[in-house]
Design a protein around this ligand. Structure first.
Ligand SMILES: C[S@@+](CC[C@H](N)C(=O)[O-])C[C@H]1O[C@@H](n2cnc3c(N)ncnc32)[C@H](O)[C@@H]1O
Length: 208
C-alpha cells in the first residue's frame, strides 16, 4: 500500500481506505477464484494496483468522463482507476462470469458508486464511452477493431477519445499497423521499480 502513496501522495482518506482494503479482498477472493496468478498475489500493489494506475500518469480523466475496461478480469485496471477518479464512470466487462463476480464483489465491498460491471464479450457491448482501457487482453490491432464502435463522438478531455492500454515487453511488431496513431509512454518515466522496466502505456486516438 505504501507504494501507492509514494506515487499518488494526495489521496483522500476514503481513497486510502479503499486501496488499503484491496489487499485482503483480493487475497481472499483469489483463493476461491483465480484472477491473479497465485504466485503473484504478494505483489498485488506493485504489479497490479500501481501498474493499473500507470494510465493516470498519462491522463487525468475529467469528471463526467466515461470509460470502459475491456477484459477487466478481476478488475484491472478498472478498479484502481475507479478509486483514483471517483467522479468518472467506469464500465468493467469480461466474458468470464466468475471473474466479473470478483470484480463486482470487490467494487461493492469498498463502496465504489462509479462502477458498473457486465459479463459479456466485447463484441456484444454496444454502449459508447470516451475511452476504452485494457490490460493483457489482445493485440493492439484487434483491440482497435473491436472498440471503434464503443467510442463516442463527444469529447470532454484534453486527450481526444480513444484506446489506452497497458502493454509489456516487445511492442514493435504489435505497434506496426498503427504506428502513426499510437503514442507510447514508458512507465519507467514515472515508476522506478524494476517491474516497470518493460512496461508501457499505449494511447491511440479514435476519430468518429
Ligand atoms: C489475461 S486476462 C487479464 C485480466 C485483467 N485485464 C488483468 O490485467 O488482470 C484477459 C481477460 O480478457 C478477457 N477477454 C478476452 N477476450 C475478451 C472479449 N472478447 N470480450 C471480453 N473479455 C475478453 C478474458 O476473459 C480474461 O479475463
Amino acid at each position: 500500500m505504501d507504494i501507492i502513496l509514494k506515487y499518488f501522495p494526495t489521496l483522500t482518506d476514503t481513497q486510502k481506505a479503499q486501496f488499503e482494503a484491496l489487499g485482503e479482498l483480493y487475497t481472499d477472493w483469489n483463493s476461491k477464484i483465480n484472477v491473479i496468478s497465485r504466485k503473484d498475489i504478494g505483489n498485488l500493489y506493485e504489479h497490479h494496483v500501481l501498474h493499473s494506475l500507470g494510465i493516470a500518469k498519462i491522463i487525468s480523466f475529467r469528471p463526467g468522463t466515461e470509460v470502459m475496461d475491456l477484459g477487466t478480469g478481476g478488475g484491472f485496471p478498472g478498479i484502481p482507476l475507479a478509486i483514483l477518479f471517483p467522479e468518472v464512470k467506469f464500465h468493467l466487462i469480461d466474458s468470464i462470469g466468475k471473474k466479473i463476480k470478483v470484480t463486482t464483489e470487490v467494487a461493492n465491498a469498498i463502496g465504489l458508486k462509479n462502477v458498473t460491471t457486465r459479463q459479456c464479450r466485447a463484441e456484444e457491448e454496444k454502449a459508447q464511452f470516451n475511452f476504452v482501457v485494457s490490460r493483457a487482453v489482445m493485440p493492439l490491432a484487434d483491440l482497435l477493431k473491436l472498440v471503434r464502435k464503443n467510442i463516442k463522438k463527444e469529447q470532454c478531455n484534453a486527450l481526444p477519445n480513444g484506446l489506452i492500454c497497458l502493454k509489456g515487453g516487445e511492442l514493435q511488431h504489435e505497434i506496426l499497423p498503427v504506428r502513426h496513431q499510437a503514442i507510447v509512454t514508458e512507465l519507467t518515466n514515472f515508476f522506478k521499480e524494476e517491474y516497470f522496466n518493460t512496461k508501457k502505456v499505449v494511447y491511440v486516438s479514435i476519430n468518429k
